[in-house]
Each structure stands twice: as C-alpha cells, then as structure tokens.
Design a binder for this molecule. Structure first.
Ligand code: PLP
Length: 295
C-alpha cells in the first residue's frame, strides 16, 4: 500500500485476449527514470490520458473513462487501447494503493518512441489534493476566449479537439491567467461567445429550472463527472439538457458548477469579477453522491 504508485504497461492490441494481463504490468519505483528520451509523449505531447478518482479503495467511473480513452485514441489515430487490459491495470493498481482517502489515478497511452515498434503506456496514482475547502467555498471564475469559433472541431479534426491529449500546456496557461486576474479557474468560450468547458472540468449551469451542459460535440470533452451529475439530477426528477449555451445565458444562470473527476463539483461563486449565485446545498448533495459512487 503506497503512493505514489507507478505501473508501466506493455500495451496489447485491442483484440488480444489473455487469461492474465498481470505479466504485462511492471511496477516501478516512482522516483526512478522510466521513459526513454525519444518518447513522443514528452517530446511532442503526443498521447492521450485519463484521470479517475479512487475513493476509499473504489475506482470511480472506470467504464466511461475507458470509453473516452478509446474515443481519444480514435481521434488521434493511436492504436486502439485494449479495454480488458486497462480494466485489469486499474484493478491491479487499486489493490496496491491505500484503501482509505481520495486518490487520483492517471493512465496514459502515448505514441511511443520515434520509429519505435509500439506505443507506451503507464499508470500513476497519487494522493488527491485536499479539495474540502474549494468544495464548500466554491471558485471564482473568469471567462477566456479559446480562440476558435463553434464548430471548429468538425471543420478541422487535425486540431484534435475533443480528444484528451497530453498537450495540456494551453489549459494550464489558462489557469495561470485566472490566477493573475485574482480568480481560481476559467471557463473557455468560443470566439463567437458560446460556453465550452473549463481547462480541467465540465460546466453545468441551472437556467429556468433546467440543468444544462454544453453539448459535447467535437470541441468539448464528454465529462464523466458531468454524466454522473446528470444521472443524479435525473433520478431526482430534475430536467437535464445538452445544448449550446451562450455566455449571456451563463451570466443570467441561477447557479453554475465546474465538475471533474477528482475535485468533483465546485460552485461558481464569481464570474468575471461579479458575484454569482451559488446553490451550496446542492453542491454538497452532489459531492456526497459523487463520493459514494463505488463503480
Ligand atoms: N474537460 C476537460 C478539458 C478536462 O480536462 C476534464 C477533466 O480533466 C473535464 C472536462 C472533466 O472530465 P471528467 O469529469 O471526466 O474528469
């Protein structure tokens, strides 16, 4: 039982069936070098990843994360991941990390080394940051232009929007810009004023009693947490909707949240320096539900 925990994985072709994938897993000392210098993930950010939460020994939303990894692989022309192998790797890691508390488990599939024969894959588990304060106090958010109009992903699929690629430098820069402006986080807008997502989260808002998230078309990741939030709200008899949302509608919303796998649901309490209404009771209910998921 230790953290960080690192597993190198020999990625198998999607159709390879093995009675025991454990032979393809290699536990590493997390502080030892593990990747080769020619690795395209480090040289070009050419790879894809997922981060899921493990809460008290339960990995959350494994299937939606694996399904999104496969979608990212499809968009990036990477070899299709072997679902069974990734399930086995996650299960293997979960038995080797502490069974109490919140853990972030990241899994990566890269194009491998230049001219190399195979992709590279690994999994890395770390203790999650303590998000208890932000879950109760919310986040101040600024809107930032993502630099593309709506529909760009469909017109220019080589931009790989909609894939969860390792190239998160832009996403991290947007969060630094938020900090520079005295905020905590960002909501990206298209150049024509539509709400997209946060740099590491999905946006959910409540407008006229309906819970809405921007449709996860080409440029927006389909958030696994947002899907859980919609399941919860749907079961409570609330109306949920995927559709385009303008920034004006966001500004007029009764409440909004940023939701993601490890931080979970946080209320937006300020938007572009203006106070924003929050529904903290619902945020707490959402987080209680999200933390209790055991699959
Ligand atoms: N959108 C982006 C760009 C993200 O990076 C993330 C998560 O990291 C999300 C949305 C939320 O996805 P999930 O709820 O599956 O963590």
């Amino acid at each position: 039982m230790r953290l960080p925990f690192t597993l190198l994985i020999d990625p198998m072709p999607a159709d390879s069936v093995q009675p025991n994938f454990d032979e393809t897993f290699h536990e590493m000392d997390s502080s030892s070098p593990a990747l080769r210098v020619g690795e395209l993930s480090t040289q070009r950010g050419d790879g894809i990843f997922e981060t899921l939460a493990v809460v008290n020994g339960h990995p959350q939303e494994v299937e939606p994360h694996i399904s999104r990894l496969r979608n990212s692989a499809r968009i990036c022309d990477l070899p299709m991941p072997n679902e069974e192998q990734w399930r086995a790797a996650i299960a293997y890691a979960v038995t080797r990390v502490p069974q109490r508390g919140e853990i972030a488990l990241k899994f990566v599939l890269s194009r491998g080394v230049e001219s190399g024969p195979a992709p590279t894959a690994w999994l890395h588990a770390t203790a999650a940051a303590d998000f208890s304060t932000v879950r109760t106090q919310g986040v101040r958010v600024i809107t930032l232009d993502r630099g593309y109009p709506r529909g760009v992903a469909e017109r220019a699929p080589w931009l790989l929007m909609g894939a969860k690629t390792l190239s998160y430098a832009v996403n991290m820069a947007a969060i630094r810009e938020a900090h520079r402006r005295g905020a905590d986080d960002t909501i990206f807008l298209t150049t024509d004023g539509f709400v997209m997502e946060g740099p590491t989260s999905s946006v959910v808002l409540r407008s006229n009693g309906t819970y809405i998230t921007p449709a996860p078309s080409g440029a927006i990741l389909h958030g696994t947490t947002q899907q859980s939030v919609f399941d919860y709200l749907g079961n409570q008899g609330e109306r949920v909707e995927y559709r385009d949302v303008t920034v004006e509608e966001l500004r007029r919303a009764d409440a909004a949240w940023l939701v993601s796998s490890v931080r979970l649901a946080v209320s937006v309490v300020a938007l572009d320096d203006e106070p924003f209404p929050a529904d903290q009771a619902l945020t707490e209910a959402l987080n209680a539900y999200l933390l209790a998921r055991s699959a």
